[in-house]
Every structure is written in C-alpha cells, then in structure tokens.
Design a protein around this ligand. Structure first.
Ligand code: NZQ
Ligand code: ZN
Length: 385
C-alpha cells in the first residue's frame, strides 16, 4: 500500500427528509447562490423543499446548468455571484450541477479579467474558494463529496477534470426520495458510472490493501445486486442503497493508498466532448476492451475480481478472467448500456477524434503505470469497435 493521508471533510446528511437539514447546514447570514440544471428540481418538488429549508436566507438563483456542464455557462453564473456578493454556493441536482458548483466556487473569487480555464491549467487550482454545499438528486458521480469538477469548454470542444481539494463540498444532502423522478436511463447511468469508478480504483496491479479491496468488492457486489432492482422497481430500498454506494465509490475512501487507472474515464470524456454521448455510456462501451487489452498487466487483480466479485471458481486463470470480463459486459447490457462502440449507434465513433482530444489535453500517459499512450488508446478503441 502507498502512504496516504485521508481526510474527507464533507458532512453527509443522508436519508428521507434530510433536505430540511439545510436549515442547520447553511448559516442564517449566508448569501446563497442556488445553482440548478434544466428544471427537474422545479418539476419534482425538490426546489420548493430547498427554498423552505432556506427560509430567511438571502438566496439568488441561477438555473440552466447543462448535463456535462459548460464552462461558458458557469462564467455567466460567476458574474452573477460576483455582482450579488454571494458567499456560499448551493448546487441542487446531479453530478453536472455539483461539478459546476465546485468550479464556480473556485473561479468566482478570481479577477474577472482572467480566463479561469487557462489560469487553472497554468497555475493550479485557485487558493481562495467559496464554500460549497450540494443537494444531490442523481447518484452516480460521487461529486457531492469529492474534489473534482469535470467541465466542458464548448468553444474549444474539450472536456476536462479539474481537481481542487478546497472545492470539496462542506456538506452534502442525500435524500433518496429525490430519485423518484429519475427516468430509467438516468438510473441505469448512475449505477454503471459508480461501478466503473470502483473498477478504476481496484483493477490495477497487486498491492496489499485488504481494506480498500474488500470494500471495493462489497460496493461492486451491491451495485450488481441492487442496480437492476433500482432500474426495475425503483423502490425506497434500492434508491437508498445505490445512493450510498455511489457516494462511497468516489469519496476517496477506496482509492486511498492504492494505484488507480482512470484511462476509461479520460477516453470517455473525449467521447462525450466529440459526440455528446452520456458519460456513463462512454465508459461501458470502452471498459471491457480496455480490461482485455491490459489483461496481462492487470492479471492478479482480474483474477481476484473473478473470484471475489463474480464467484468464478474456474481453475484455469485465463478462462476465469475472460469469464469475469464477459460477465461485466453482460451486467452493462443488463443495465441498458453498450459494451461496444457499435452499440452506441447511431453515433459512429471515429477513434482519431478521441485520440486528438487526448493529445490536446495532454492525456498521453494514462493508466496505473502511465503506459497507455495515444497508440494504446487507438488499439483499445479498435478492440472496442
Ligand atoms: O438538469 P436537470 O433538469 O436537473 O436534469 C438532469 C439531467 O438532465 C436529470 N436529473 C437529475 N436529477 C434528477 C433528474 N431528472 C429527474 N429527477 C431527478 N431527481 O438527469 C440528467 C443528467 O444529470 P447529470 O447531472 O448530467 O448526470 P450525472 O450525475 O450522471 O453527472 C454527469 C456529469 O458528471 C461528470 C460527468 O463527466 C458528467 O459531466 N463526472 C463527475 C465526476 C466527479 N465530479 O467526480 C466523476 C464522474 O466520473 C464524471 O466524470
Ligand atoms: Zn464517471
């Protein structure tokens, strides 16, 4: 295990009725910017619940954050936050709104004459940020208690993760009943996105980390069992179970002290930038082929995955690994998601566009050993065709 420091300061308020806890989480004197997406929170009553809990606070609202949140839109929100002298960002929605809220918290205090995108890339994350809270309505990304914002720059055609520990939300409200209005597609997406987050912190090279590996295996088994129930039944139990699992999958805990391989995610971000494909579906279309491509390097953990996650008793190691990857594909398809690029039709992915994006943003040495360069990415995409 590598040395690590684990400190997650996000206070999570979990459970039905927890939106009311905003009354304690948000200071009475706060000047709040309530950030939201395309309007789902107005239709399902979450907006009204949030406003009731914030009663007495100074609140300004900014709606219209897109799925795969757009930089240019966040810059408009920053102008409002400055003119209203906002001192707390409350993001209410899915991962896109949470990501936008965190990025907004970092760029609002910057000199408006700067281009925050370039400034961040050149100088690192801004030191001074506004505090952030999240009311989550779609479990998937773990964004509500992690330090990452994935932002799309429309003019440049890029989608990039920005990490800043200072933007990790101070509090997150996870009320599973907000999931009642999620359509089937978003429920499917949430489950497989969370699943791939676990895989990318687990299926690397062998290290002795029994706590992280054991918890990862539990999370994967839970998502395999409860994901289909969330999709078919959308019961209270399934909502609560998946919401908690998705949070735990990417709040830093299972990734502490272990090698990580985010190459499927970086290839997927490029695919969303080029074609607008849902984040989760880019991942499922690529990951099985990436695992096959890297089966020699990931052999030890693939074998453990076969035995501990899929209960495969097959004594032949190669057969067990292939069976585990095939079952992963079957799970993705059971969740209504593609396991090959061809299954994204009518979208036809041109691998060269993806490779160009990776080159442009400098993602040319991906994987737990930095050995997935542009040519390897090209070969993984060919295998995924
Ligand atoms: O915009 P509204 O109207 O709110 O509708 C949203 C959106 O259309 C809707 N929705 C959300 N909650 C709902 C609801 N509809 C009905 N009822 C509800 N309760 O769902 C649609 C998709 O929302 P979005 O936030 O885009 O989905 P998700 O949570 O999957 O977030 C995806 C974004 O997160 C990034 C992705 O790249 C993508 O941009 N990621 C962020 C990560 C992080 N911060 O750590 C890691 C992830 O790997 C990922 O890259
Ligand atoms: Zn993801």
């Amino acid at each position: 295990m590598l040395g690590f420091r684990f400190h997650n300061p996000t206070v999570v308020h979990f459970g039905q009725g927890s939106i009311a806890r905003l009354a304690e989480a948000v200071p009475p004197e706060a000047r709040v910017l309530l950030l939201f997406g395309g309007g789902s929170i107005k239709r399902n009553g979450v907006h009204a619940e949030v406003r009731a809990a914030l009663e007495g606070r100074h609140v300004v609202e900014f709606g219209g954050i897109e799925p795969n949140p757009v930089y240019e839109t966040i810059m408009r929100a920053a102008a409002l936050a400055r003119s209203e002298r906002v001192d707390l960002i409350l993001a209410v929605g899915g991962g896109s709104v949470a990501d936008a809220g965190k990025f907004l918290a970092a760029v609002t205090p910057l000199d408006p004459a700067l281009d925050p995108w370039d400034h961040w890339i050149e100088n690192g994350p801004p030191a001074q940020v506004l505090p952030v809270g999240v009311v989550l309505t779609l479990p998937a990304t773990g964004s509500e208690s992690n330090p990452v914002s994935v932002i799309s720059h429309r003019a440049r055609g890029l989608k990039l993760p920005f990490a800043s520990e200072a933007t990790r939300p101070q509090f997150a409200v996870l009320d599973p009943s907000t999931m009642a209005s999620l359509d089937r597609r978003q429920r499917e997406n949430g489950v497989v996105d969370a699943f791939t987050h676990v895989v990318e912190q687990y299926l690397t090279y062998d290290v002795t980390a029994p706590v992280q590996h054991g918890f990862s295996e539990t999370l994967m088994r839970v998502l395999i069992e409860w994901g289909p129930k969330l999709v078919s039944e959308n019961s209270d139990e399934a909502r609560a179970t998946v919401m908690w699992a998705a949070n735990q999958a990417l709040n830093g805990l299972i990734g502490a002290g272990v090698p990580q391989d985010w190459s499927t995610h970086m290839i997927g971000h490029a695919m969303t930038a080029a074609y607008g494909v849902d984040h989760a579906r880019t991942l499922t279309a690529v990951m099985p082929s990436l695992l096959r491509f890297k089966r020699a390097e990931k052999r030890g953990m693939l074998l453990r995955y076969a035995r501990k996650v899929w209960d495969i008793a097959e004594p032949d190691a190669d057969a067990a690994i292939e069976d585990a990857i095939a079952r992963t594909e079957a799970f993705f398809r059971q969740m209504g998601c593609p396991a090959r690029l061809a299954e994204l039709a009518p979208v036809a992915v041109d691998p060269e566009l993806i490779v160009r994006h990776l080159a442009e943003v400098g993602q040319t040495a991906l994987g737990e050993r930095n050995d997935i360069g542009l040519d390897e990415a090209r070969r993984i995409l060919a295998l995924a065709a």
